[in-house]
Design a binder for this molecule. Sequence first.
Ligand code: NDP
Length: 486
Amino acid sequence: MVQIFSMFKLQNYINGTLQAPASNEYLDNFDPSTGKVYSLIPDSDERDVNQAVEAAKAAFPSWSVTPKEKRSEIILKIVDLINANYDKLAEAESRDNGKPLWLAKKVDIARAASNFHFFATGILHFASEAHMMEDRVINYTRRDPLGVVGCISPWNLPLYLFTWKIAPALAAGNCVVAKPSEVTPMTAYLLSELCVEAGLPMGVLNIVHGLGPKVGSSITEHDDICAISFTGGTATGAQIAKVAAPKFKKLSLELGGKNPNIIFDDCDFDKALNTTLASSFANQGQICLCGSRIFIQRGIYEKFRDAFVEKVSRRKVSYPTDPEAKLGAVVSKGHMEKVLSYIQLTKEEGGTILTGGNQVHLEGEHSEGYYIEPTIIEGLSYDCRTNQEEIFGPVVTITPFDTEEEVLMMANSTQYGLAATVWTENLTKAHRVANDIHMGIVWVNCWLVRDLRTPFGGVKNSGVGREGGFEALKFFTEPKNVCISL
Ligand code: NDP
């Protein structure tokens, strides 16, 4: 790829301007496909967050009363600019994250534009309730913006998840202090340039780059930030809740998962097989919705296993700009080492690696990149660590089952409850399993089919609250009931 960002210094976006961090210190930003540093990120701290909060507070009185049509118009300008800069953003996302360029084009940037478009138009249809009483009393509910809100996002779908939070927050009339993952900051930085170009008023959106424990925790702790929308790991979510809860901040937490794929004997075999390939290894398995525990009913177990192993062993792992790459690099050296340590653990737990299991060493400039073979493991108990802990990489286990009761017990056995897929041509069974599975999202005979109006989120340790559609607009507004006696 062209070295468009060679040792480029990213900047914070505070009060409408791009600026250096107060510390004037920078962190290395690595290109996962080569393992080399290619740009520098502001090592921001509490001072930058304080400045961002002051800017957001100053902007709030005006932005919160700006007519929603006008807010919508400004946000739609950002959509136009994302579309006008589509290839540049996709290249930046692919380079920063390691994902195949075709994937960044097809999914990440398309969805970032859709997120803004969806909420810029959704706000025009967002209505509140009225409750009449028989004795000539009427209640109506106001839904006012909250004030200054914090949005903290992870590295796996960088611009996609960053905008999924920012868009509803801004559309609802809030001012935002946001932190992208320090591991993948580039597209959030490019977005800040587009916000300047779109004429987003000063202070309405502020983007502070840097480390989670410095910038993220300063956002969580700040007394003038009244709500936190967070997507990331369960341990970080727990840490944020610990700080935010005693301050009575509104909290939306989208956390980890260990999602089951349940494949019954009576499924559409080819469709189940091909979709399971994607749901296992898309984005190098680094999607919170990827299915990492694949349960296959005994009658088709061997046929499915053999066909799955054959297809997976032919998946090409390559550098992101290779159009043939099915998997690119995982996001960082640390993450690669974590995933490889889980592969080692599966051996210690008695698992058999059917395909994959190794780091991939490419040639030339990509020889130091972070590549892992897509890996399938068989022969583990449902309750071992490999089957209970989130690996978040290209590693799946396959397990046979006999009955619906047995597979539900295994599927529901983890601390997580984010998403499941169910494969069967029996409609009654599909409804029954969807009812009995303890997850926030269930896909039947499909995966990652997304209607942005639907409630999105998990149960148990996968999170608190729901994003998407009016759920997100409700989160970013405060209901106030007004009761009038006529
Ligand atoms: P992390 O929890 O490590 O980080 C998420 C964000 O929080 C980053 O911006 C991080 O900054 C920041 N952060 C870290 N520590 C703190 C802190 N103490 N206070 C405030 N913010 C902090 O998650 P990852 O980035 O590693 O993302 C992977 C995880 O995200 C997986 O568990 C995955 O399942 C989950 N996820 C969940 C989704 C869902 O919708 N449920 C969707 C996508 C991912 P920094 O990068 O600097 O560490």
